[in-house]
Design a protein around this ligand. Structure first.
Ligand SMILES: [Zn+2]
Length: 365
C-alpha cells in the first residue's frame, strides 16, 4: 500500500474528547476574574461584590486563575498544555473572520472556516465534520457521540447525514423504560424555565453525558457547554464566573470518571477550548463578533498521554482553531488532511513528536 496507509502519528491515545465552553474568553482562562467587572455598574452582578471577591479574586494572577479553574491550572497545567496566553506571546485564534458560534464550531470540526456559514440559523452543515468522518470508519462506527447543550449542534454535525449519537438542547435525554432518577431528569428538562429555548443548562447535560460515557464507552466524544456565553450576553459577570468555575468542575468530573475506567485510563486525550472570544472593556465583554475587537482570540488546552507536560506555553508560534479537527484525527492515528486537503494540519505543538521521517504536516497551518 501507499504511504497514506501508514498512521500519521503513533501515540498512546485511543479515545479523544473535545470539550467546548461557549464564548469563554482567554482573558479569564489566563488571568482569572476581571477586577473591573466585579461590580453592578459594568459587570451587572447581582451577587454581593465582597462575597464574589472572596470566591474569585486573588491579588496574584496565578492564584486568581487557579481559584476560578482548579482543574485547568492544577491537573492540565501539570500534565498537559495550555495555549493562548497573549500576555506571554502565545496566540490562538479563529480564522473564520466572524467570531460567533456556528462558524467557530464548523471551523474546529471541519478544519477550515466556511464563509457561506454566516448565521447560527444557517441550517444543516454542508461540510462533513471530523466526527462524521471518523464515524464512517469501521473501527469507530457507532462509537462517536455528541453531547451539547445547544440544539443547533443537530445542524452543525448534520445529524441526519452523520448518524452520530446526539443529545442536544432541551430534548429529554432518556428513552424507553426509565429508572426513577432518569424520569426525574426528563421531568426537569420538560418543566424548568428556559433562559434560551435552544440551550439547556450545563448541569442538565452533565448527568446524561456521564451516564452515556459510563455505559457506552464512546471513543470520540464532543461535549459542548453553553452557559458561559449565555450569561455574558445577559450581562451577568457574576454568573459568567460561576458557570466558568462549574464548567471546570464538570471537565474534572469527566476526566476523573474516565481515568477510573479501564477503557479510558491513560489512553484518553482531552482537547478543551472555546468557539470564539469576546470583546473587552466595560461594555464589549458581553458581545462578540466582527464589531467587538479581539473576538477572534481563543485558547486551547490539551491533556493526554501523547501531550508533553509543558503546562502554560509561552513564546510559541500562533495556532488556529482550524487545527483542532486534524489534531483529533492525528491522535487517533488518522490523517484528516489527506481526506480534506484544505483543512489545517494538526497542532504539532501538543503531540509528542511524529514518527521519524514522517512529518510532512509539521508546522503546516
Ligand atoms: Zn454568543
Amino acid at each position: 500500500m501507499l504511504a497514506q496507509s501508514k498512521p500519521i502519528f503513533q501515540g498512546k491515545t485511543r479515545n479523544v474528547v473535545l470539550i467546548v465552553a461557549d464564548g469563554l474568553r482567554w482573558q479569564e482562562i489566563f488571568t482569572g476574574a476581571d477586577p473591573t467587572l466585579l461590580n453592578d455598574k459594568d459587570g451587572g452582578i447581582w451577587a454581593n461584590p465582597e462575597e464574589l471577591k472572596r470566591k474569585f479574586w486573588r491579588g496574584d494572577v496565578s492564584e486568581r486563575r487557579k481559584v476560578l479553574f482548579p482543574f485547568l491550572w492544577g491537573t492540565v497545567a501539570e500534565h498537559g498544555q495550555l495555549l493562548g496566553n497573549q500576555t506571554k506571546d502565545s496566540v490562538a485564534r479563529v480564522t473564520n473572520g466572524q467570531a460567533f458560534s456556528y462558524p467557530g464550531y464548523n471551523e474546529m470540526l471541519t478544519g477550515r472556516g466556511d464563509p457561506r456559514i454566516d448565521s447560527n440559523e444557517f441550517g444543516p452543515n454542508p461540510n462533513r465534520t471530523v466526527f462524521e468522518w471518523l464515524n464512517g470508519q469501521p473501527e469507530f462506527h457507532g462509537n462517536v457521540a455528541v453531547y451539547g447543550t445547544w440544539g443547533i449542534f443537530k445542524n452543525i454535525f448534520n445529524e441526519p447525514r452523520s448518524e452520530l449519537v446526539m443529545q442536544t438542547g432541551w430534548d429529554p435525554p432518556y428513552h424507553g423504560k426509565l429508572t426513577e432518577r432518569q424520569e426525574l431528569v426528563n421531568e426537569l428538562y420538560r418543566t424548568t424555565t428556559k433562559l434560551d429555548d435552544e440551550d439547556t443548562w450545563d448541569s442538565f447535560l452533565q448527568i446524561p453525558m456521564l451516564d452515556y460515557v459510563r455505559e457506552n464507552h464512546p471513543r470520540v466524544l464532543f461535549v459542548g457547554y453553553g452557559e458561559t456565553d449565555n450569561w455574558a450576553h445577559s450581562g451577568r459577570y457574576d454568573l459568567v464566573l460561576e458557570s466558568a468555575h462549574a464548567f471546570d468542575g464538570f471537565v474534572s468530573q469527566l476526566w476523573k470518571m474516565m481515568q477510573s475506567l479501564p477503557a479510558y485510563r491513560e489512553s484518553t486525550t482531552f482537547i478543551i477550548t472555546t468557539d470564539h472570544g469576546r470583546g473587552g472593556g466595560p461594555v464589549e465583554w458581553k458581545e462578540h463578533g466582527v464589531d467587538q475587537k479581539g473576538s477572534e482570540n481563543i485558547w486551547i488546552a490539551v491533556i493526554g498521554p501523547d501531550t508533553p507536560p509543558l503546562g502554560e506555553r509561552t513564546q510559541v508560534p500562533s495556532v488556529t482553531q482550524s487545527q483542532i479537527a486534524a489534531t483529533i484525527a492525528a491522535l487517533l492515528g488518522k490523517d484528516y488532511t489527506h481526506e480534506v486537503p484544505a483543512a489545517a494540519g494538526p497542532l504539532s505543538i501538543v503531540l509528542a513528536g511524529p514518527p521519524p521521517g514522517a512529518a510532512p504536516w509539521m508546522g503546516r497551518h
